[in-house]
Write a protein that binds this ligand. Structure first.
Ligand code: SF4
Ligand code: SF4
Length: 345
């Protein structure tokens, strides 16, 4: 491996857990999936498509600065995979996508969270000419589009997802500048937060990044380290750093039985509430994947307990996600409906 200076280490932070598999060898994600050539930045992109239920354009990146044992995109986040894209090539995708937009959102709704308010992606209005019981009743059927991941609107947001290299923020910054110059789309980054040092946040703010979807994986330092390979010291302080710079923020955490349970989720919710009690927080049900195949998914009762404890902290906007995972039976769903308000799942 070539000698290499880690960009966040230069700023006084520790390097991530960044090794990925590349051509049968191990390499740092920032060397295998990011490159600078001919005065241009290139990022390895696995796929680009309209994601449901987020209802925005997702750019799936190969290479990540974490090594999460539960990663559901490990086959491209921890293995080099995809095609090289410059920011100009990302812009071309964004321009083509913008022509398809059917739902224009204000910046404050440049999140995955707000997608839920307008459409549940059931397709009922298009397929059967009538809304489903869960439909929020806001959008016309003309704004509902069938895409490879199903029905829903096309929102004016571009999201970077998959692997995370915000520790090397230039690619994101160059994309955001171009997207804002040539389109009216919002730019969101789905992130583990590790690369978002104060210096990198300032850079991304100046470049025009609008929003972050922060995945807070555990409150307890040892659990976080075991789960991801890295410390969560700076991540726990990140919501405040993000909001004070004027970004839009939403947070998600996974309920992982035996590891990240109601007490952990309550601590995360409390830490968010202490910053701003309106931060949207999604508690997602874990399902077995990658190196955590022997862990179970949470039950409906466990998810409701986590919801109640998070809500009791005073945090106002909490939602449960992956209903099909934690409430797979009719009985589970009846139980869920009897115990939490409509709109929570
Ligand atoms: S931060 Fe996300 S993409 Fe990266 S290893 Fe963890 S779960 Fe996978
Ligand atoms: S707008 Fe159409 S697709 Fe969306 S939730 Fe309502 S009925 Fe379903």
């Amino acid at each position: 491996m070539k000698s290499h200076i880690c960009k966040i280490k230069e700023q006084g932070f520790s390097s991530g857990s960044c090794l990925v598999e590349a051509e049968g060898k191990r390499a740092l994600a920032c060397q295998a999936t990011l490159k600078y050539e001919n005065n241009q930045t290139y990022r390895l992109i696995t796929s680009i498509h309209l994601s449901r239920p987020e209802n925005y354009l997702s750019i799936y990146q190969s290479g990540c600065n974490f090594s999460c044992r539960k990663c559901h995109s490990w086959y491209f986040s921890k293995i080099k995979d995809g095609a090289w894209y410059t920011p100009k090539e990302i812009l071309k995708e964004a321009i083509a996508y913008e022509k398809l937009v059917t739902l224009v959102e204000p910046k404050a709704r440049a999140t995955s969270w707000h997608a839920h308010d307008t459409c549940r992606c059931c397709g009922s209005c298009v397929l059967f000419g009538k809304r489903s019981n869960s439909c929020p009743g806001i959008l016309s059927p003309e704004s509902i589009v069938l895409s490879p991941q199903g029905f829903g609107p096309v929102r004016n947001i571009v999201g970077f997802t998959g692997g995370d290299l915000t520790c090397c923020p230039e690619f994101y910054g160059e994309c955001a500048r171009l997207i804002h110059k040539h389109t009216s789309l919002w730019v969101l980054i789905e992130t583990n937060g590790y690369g978002l040092t104060p210096q990198n946040l300032d850079y991304l703010k100046n470049a025009g990044v609008d929003a972050f979807w922060l995945d807070m994986k555990a409150y307890d330092a040892d659990k976080h380290k075991w789960l991801t390979g890295c410390s969560n010291d700076t991540i726990l302080r990140l919501p405040e750093e993000i909001l004070k710079r004027g970004f839009v923020l939403e947070v998600l955490s996974l309920y992982i039985p035996g590891l990240v349970e109601a007490d952990e989720l309550e601590s995360i919710a409390l830490s968010l509430k202490e910053v701003d009690n309106s931060i949207p927080f999604t508690i997602l049900a874990f399902f077995p994947e990658y190196r955590m195949k022997d862990y179970k998914s949470p039950t409906v009762k466990e998810m409701i307990e986590a919801y109640n404890r998070a809500k009791a902290t005073g945090l106002k906007n909490i939602r449960l996600g992956n209903v099909g995972v934690f409430a797979p039976t009719e009985e589970d769903q009846q139980y869920l409906m009897a115990h939490v308000e409509k709109g929570v799942f």
